[in-house]
Every structure is written in C-alpha cells, then in structure tokens.
Design a protein around this ligand. Structure first.
Ligand SMILES: Nc1ncnc2c1ncn2[C@@H]1O[C@H](COP(=O)(O)OP(=O)(O)OP(=O)(O)O)[C@@H](O)[C@H]1O
Ligand SMILES: [Mg+2]
Length: 186
C-alpha cells in the first residue's frame, strides 16, 4: 500500500464493501466516516427515501462538508457522528477529532460530481479511490449484510437492488481521484 500523504485530510473512497472503513482504521489516524451523515430513519421517512437507504440523497452532504470545514479550520472540540451498523442509524457526537494532525475521512460519495458532494470534496486535501475485484467485493458485502442480520437471500437482493447501482456511480467518479489504489483480493 502507498504511504499516506502528509496532509490534514486524506479521503478514501470506493464502491460499497470495497474495504474503505477497514483500510481507514488500519492507518492509525482519527477517522471521520461519511456514513455518520446518513439521515436517520425518521428523516428518511419524511423524505420518502427509507427503502433507498444508502443512495447519495440519503446522506446529509452539506452537514458532512460543514464538519470537514471545521476540522480543516483546526477548530477545537469537533466531535463527529458515527454510523451504528446494529441500529442502522447515525450516532451524533461519537468521534473526537483532534484540532491538529492528520485525519482520514472515508465514504462512497466523496467524488460525485454534484454541488452538495463537491462542497465536501473541496475540504479534503487528497482523495484515494480504492478498487477491488468486483466479485470479491460483492461477496464481502453480502457476508457483511448477513453478519448484521439479513438472511443470505435478503443480502443478495439488497446488493443487487441498491448496492450495485451505487457501486456504478462510485466507479464512474474514480477518474477524479488523486490516486487509484488496487486492493489485493486475497
Ligand atoms: N483485506 C480484507 N480481507 C478480507 N476481508 C476484508 C478486507 N477488508 C475488508 N474486509 C471485509 O469486507 C467487508 C467490507 O469492508 P468495509 O466495511 O471496510 O468496506 P466499506 O468500503 O467501508 O463498506 P461500506 O461502503 O458499506 O461502508 C467487511 O466485512 C470487512 O470485514
Ligand atoms: Mg464503511
């Protein structure tokens, strides 16, 4: 793996299940997950998006951009939200972000060419797109859905109905990455 660059904010992106969260955690830096900006179910219901959980419009992209701006500004006492995979809900005030030093942020939609996502990208110094063999990625994604409560059939259906379309969006944005990192499939 390449050495992480000496910047305040390194962004990791890539398709669902590619291994962003795992890779980010291995870097030994504080991690701000884009997933913390999932709208809660109560807001998804209001927007009529509950069944589409995970598509770009189900995230508070402006809230994410605003928090990254505070991190960039070196504001003290920034505490980022996390995403609880058991509750399947965001959790406010979960991750303390130091005012100085390198920080990683990771999520699928960092490079989408839409104003609300470009605002987030503008706060990140360098973005790496992670790529993994598609069959391996989908296999791991199905296994993770099963680990968190779906049956294998439900998991495969969810990957086909929701995750695959999101993966195509993310791969189409890879050309805007500063670097594409090919992850080993083994
Ligand atoms: N190098 C690896 N070898 C084997 N399994 C891995 C590896 N990296 C990640 N995984 C597994 O693959 C699954 C997906 O990884 P991870 O949650 O890090 O992906 P992600 O890109 O953050 O997914 P999402 O977009 O859904 O947040 C997890 O179950 C994780 O444990
Ligand atoms: Mg993740």
């Amino acid at each position: 793996m390449p050495a992480p660059p000496p910047v305040r904010l390194l962004g990791l992106t890539g398709a669902p299940g590619v291994g962003k969260s795992t890779y980010a955690a291995s870097l030994g830096r504080p991690v701000v997950p884009m997933d913390g900006f999932h709208y809660a179910d109560v807001e998804l219901v209001r927007r009529g998006l509950l069944s589409a959980k995970g598509v770009p419009d189900t995230f508070d992209a402006p809230g994410y951009a605003a928090l990254l701006r505070r991190v960039r500004a070196g504001e003290p006492d920034v505490v980022a939200p996390s995403f609880d995979r058991v509750l399947e809900q965001p959790l406010a005030g979960a991750i303390a972000v130091p005012a100085t030093g390198p920080v990683v942020t990771e999520g699928s939609y960092l490079l989408l060419d839409e104003p609300r996502w470009r605002a987030a990208r503008a706060q990140i110094d360098v973005v790496w797109h992670l790529h993994l063999d598609d069959a391996v990625r989908r296999e791991r994604l199905v296994a993770r859905h099963v680990e968190f409560g779906k049956t294998p059939d439900e998991a495969r259906a969810w990957v086909s109905r929701v995750d695959d379309a999101n993966a195509r969006l993310v791969e189409a944005a890879a050309a805007r990455a500063d670097l594409v990192v090919e992850l080993p499939a083994g």
